[in-house]
Write a protein that binds this ligand. Structure first.
Ligand SMILES: [Ca+2]
Ligand SMILES: [Ca+2]
Ligand SMILES: [Ca+2]
Length: 262
């Protein structure tokens, strides 16, 4: 009799798991063939995902040399690569910083790449060569965060870990095309596939014309099994931050260094 409440609790937990929707909190697979190319995470502002927190993970990302739990994954993980505070330079102006880190699950070839941006109170000057007459100083907006080097990797999953005042991932998938670069944007899920990249759609801006300004992104996470591990050093142009013109801004990319699979 003393154990009856325990069994009931276990049975209730099993039932609630069985009833959980197929998409829930946690890492989500992104497709490698066919459609849709993009996975619906938070969804777009005008078409939010009716299911809350898809692709979202909660918890720790280990720092320092000791292993710990990692948000959304099983087991113990250790930080194995870290490049913090890389300047984001848009046409000569430092408009923010990028953090790029990689974690490895203890004694396995499972890795998680994580990047996040922090924008600062600085306006950049769009260049006439790309932006025509729209060269008024403005706050740079990041609508897509791309990272490259995954062409040989079959299975990828993505997530975002969102803290306070951090913009999440709306859509994510294997493409080089961001906001306003394909038919059906912003809500469409089928930009041209490019499996070497992972794109996280977001909306990071120090002073956003849409009235909702968030100048930190979440940690945008990609997990993969990599028999040859990851590069020792950041690779030039492995990360691209793209302003797509959500509020009519000039389409412009800033390339940065980032870690890649070997
Ligand atoms: Ca915006
Ligand atoms: Ca917006
Ligand atoms: Ca916004």
């Amino acid at each position: 009799m003393r154990h009856a409440p325990l069994y009931s609790a276990v049975a209730a937990a099993a039932l609630s798991l069985a009833a959980a929707p197929s998409h829930a909190v946690g890492f989500e697979t992104v497709t490698s063939t066919g459609t849709p190319v993009l996975t619906l995470c938070a969804g777009t502002e005008s078409n939010p995902n009716p299911t809350n927190n898809v692709c979202r993970v909660f918890g720790n990302l280990p720092q320092g040399r000791f292993a710990g739990t990692l948000a959304g994954r099983q087991g113990l993980w250790r930080l194995v690569r870290s490049n913090l505070g890389q300047n984001i330079v848009a046409n000569g102006t430092v408009i923010g910083r990028l953090d790029d880190q990689v974690w490895q699950r203890n004694n396995t070839n499972e890795y998680v790449f994580g990047m996040r941006v922090t924008l600062v109170n600085a306006q950049w000057t769009p260049p006439a060569s790309v932006c025509g007459s729209a060269t008024e100083p403005d706050y740079f907006e990041i609508n897509d965060m791309f990272r490259s080097g995954f062409g040989a990797v079959q299975n990828l999953s993505v997530a975002y870990r969102q803290g306070n005042a951090e913009e999440g991932a709306w859509l994510a998938g294997r493409t080089a095309q961001g906001l306003n670069q394909y038919a059906g944007s912003p809500d469409g899920l089928n930009p041209l596939r490019n499996n070497s990249l992972v794109d996280f759609r977001t909306d990071v801006n120090f002073e956003d014309p849409d009235g909702t300004s968030v100048f930190n992104s979440s940690f945008m996470l990609v997990t993969a099994t990599l028999p040859n591990g990851v590069t020792t050093n950041p690779v030039a142009n492995a990360v691209r931050l793209y302003q797509g013109g959500e509020e009519g801004q000039c389409q412009f990319s800033v390339n940065l260094s980032g870690f890649q699979p070997n």
